[in-house]
Ligand binder design. Structure first.
Ligand SMILES: Nc1ncnc2c1ncn2[C@@H]1O[C@H](COP(=O)(O)OP(=O)(O)OP(=O)(O)O)[C@@H](O)[C@H]1O
Length: 507
């Protein structure tokens, strides 16, 4: 059997893991092809083509191909059969439900899907049911009605808002089917095993970037095709006994809440509104008084100040999940989270951020918490206390350089599995949470004397959407949803090798 590669790889040796084969097809040889070089000498050659993932720089994936030729038709068919059987054995999706937001980002969702993604799905023999959304919550409502068991995954084409909508639909559907009341903050929620794929086509594609390493529709489509699986922690957010939202990236009060609230009023400015509102919020330098109580995530084996980041096959995520399951097994139903230690901090904050992932994006490649993990059952709680404008700027600048952004006297960071927040304003009205806190948590840690400034409440930014209440209770659910992704791969020798010569002889 002989090989004719994509011209750019001529005369290079290469290999492809079978898990990264996209499709195998019999190749029809036309007369012109048969007259090329060595194959000219072959009497009636037979051929098949292997389409595979080619890894390029910066986590970008592309589809490449290599064609194998031989004179023996039977041998050629045996190879095709054997390779197809190998592909069948893997957990690649066969049937997908696709939601396209035609208005997300630069309104390119439909054309991105049709031109870049659909041809790849068709090459990989994936059948799709495509829904072009007509209004907000169309996808979410639809997910409560469809025969979900028919699909191996749900794909959303859009930004973080579209992903959030699909995730809420899927989680909500699972709870409804299992008779679980999402309004009960302590309800044992049912995990969502159907994988979600994100084809980035929004103005913010932070979740895609943090789980794949790049916002690129073709790369994401290929992660879906090869059937990757990345579990993701999800935080549930409640106000007393009312369910508000789920969050997978940022829950931000103060600075990031104010930016979002202001930018919502300036939608007409397009993506520029985030820069404008960011500068305006920075200059206004508001701080907010409130009480935050949290339960440290004792099961995790990492810390927010670790030097290593969460990467493909992350040991810390695996180990932490094992510890957590062990804990539940040992304590069983007796396990009462309320009885565990709570820490309480009262203070004046410029920003309170809780992140379930690093929140890296092209603007801030390190993210809000560079060592946060995708699937360790915890969130990193970052408290930025009142400080001067100059110090706050120094803190923000450190998100873009190599210096430690937590190494400031006014910044504290904790790895937590649940937390509650009450602003001073709502504390006065809703003394409930504070009373419970006082009874349950004992000594409060007060940082400064009571503030004499006129402080209003801020708004919570929950994955890019505002929440109606400032008093919230948050609980992290370990590995609650699954994505067609594999986390960010190390920039290893493999990648360098791939980018130089890319394919080695498989057969
Ligand atoms: N057909 C539609 N018309 C209007 N809104 C829609 C439609 N389909 C989905 N949406 C809503 O649009 C919101 C934003 O979508 P998406 O995240 O895809 O785009 P985006 O440009 O990144 O958003 P944003 O401008 O909020 O950053 C989602 O919350 C989703 O519920």
């Amino acid at each position: 059997m002989r090989m004719r590669q994509n011209p750019q790889f001529d005369r290079k040796n290469c290999f492809v893991p079978t898990s990264e084969i996209i499709a195998v097809e019999e190749t029809e040889l036309n007369k012109k092809q048969r007259n090329i070089g060595k194959w000219q000498k072959m009497a009636k050659p037979h051929a098949f083509t292997v389409y595979y993932v080619k890894k390029a720089r910066n986590h970008r994936w592309r589809c490449s191909d290599v064609t194998f030729w031989c004179v023996d038709e039977h041998l050629c068919n045996q190879w095709i059969q054997a390779l197809k059987e190998l592909l069948e054995m893997q957990s690649k999706p066969k049937q997908l439900l696709v939601y396209i937001n035609p208005y997300g980002g630069k309104r390119q969702g439909k054309s991105i899907y049709e031109q870049k993604v659909a041809p790849l799905f068709s090459l990989a023999s994936i059948s799709t049911d495509v829904v072009i959304t007509e209004h907000a919550n169309h996808a979410k409502d639809n997910l409560f009605e469809v025969n979900i068991n028919k699909y191996d995954g749900v794909v959303c084409v859009g930004g973080d808002g579209m992903f959030s909508e699909v995730m809420h639909g899927l989680i909500g559907r699972m709870q409804k089917d299992s008779g679980i009341d999402q309004n009960n903050p302590k309800a044992p929620l049912v995990q969502c095993n159907i994988r979600i794929g994100i084809i980035p086509a929004g103005s913010t594609d932070c979740i895609c970037y943090s789980t794949v390493g790049i916002s690129d529709p073709v790369t994401s489509a290929l992660h879906i095709i090869v059937g990757d699986c990345q579990p993701l922690d999800v935080s549930s957010v409640h106000h007393n006994n009312t369910f508000l939202k789920y969050s997978v990236s940022l829950l931000g009060y103060g600075f990031y809440g104010d930016i979002l609230k202001d930018s919502e009023k300036k939608r007409w400015m397009g993506p520029m509104r985030y820069d404008y509102s960011g500068l305006k919020t920075f200059l206004s330098h508001h701080y907010y008084e409130g009480t935050i109580s949290f339960q440290p995530a004792k099961h995790t084996v990492g810390s927010p100040q670790d030097k290593d980041s969460c990467r493909t096959g992350c040991y810390i995520c695996k180990k932490s999940e094992q510890q957590l399951s062990q804990q539940y097994k040992e304590c069983g139903l007796k396990h009462e989270e309320d009885e565990e230690e709570w820490k309480v901090i009262k203070g004046k904050f410029l920003a309170i951020n809780a992140v379930n992932m690093s929140c890296a994006c092209p603007r801030s490649p390190k993210g809000l918490s560079p060592a946060a993990h995708l699937a360790d059952g915890s969130a990193d709680l970052i408290l930025v206390r009142k400080c001067s404008r100059f110090d706050f700027l120094r803190y923000l600048v450190r998100h873009t350089n190599q210096d430690d952004q937590f190494d400031f006297s006014f910044v504290d960071v904790y790895r937590v599995k649940s937390f509650q927040f009450t602003s001073k304003l709502s504390e006065d009205n809703e003394s409930n949470v504070t009373d419970i806190g006082k009874k349950r948590f004992g000594q409060f840690c007060r940082d400064h004397p009571a503030c004499c400034c006129n402080i209003a409440s801020s708004t919570w930014n929950c994955d890019g959407e505002t929440l109606d209440s400032s008093a919230i209770q948050v609980r992290v659910h370990c590995q609650f949803v699954k994505l067609f992704a594999r986390g960010i791969e190390e920039n290893s020798k493999d990648e360098a090798a791939y980018s130089q010569s890319s394919i080695e002889q498989l057969l």
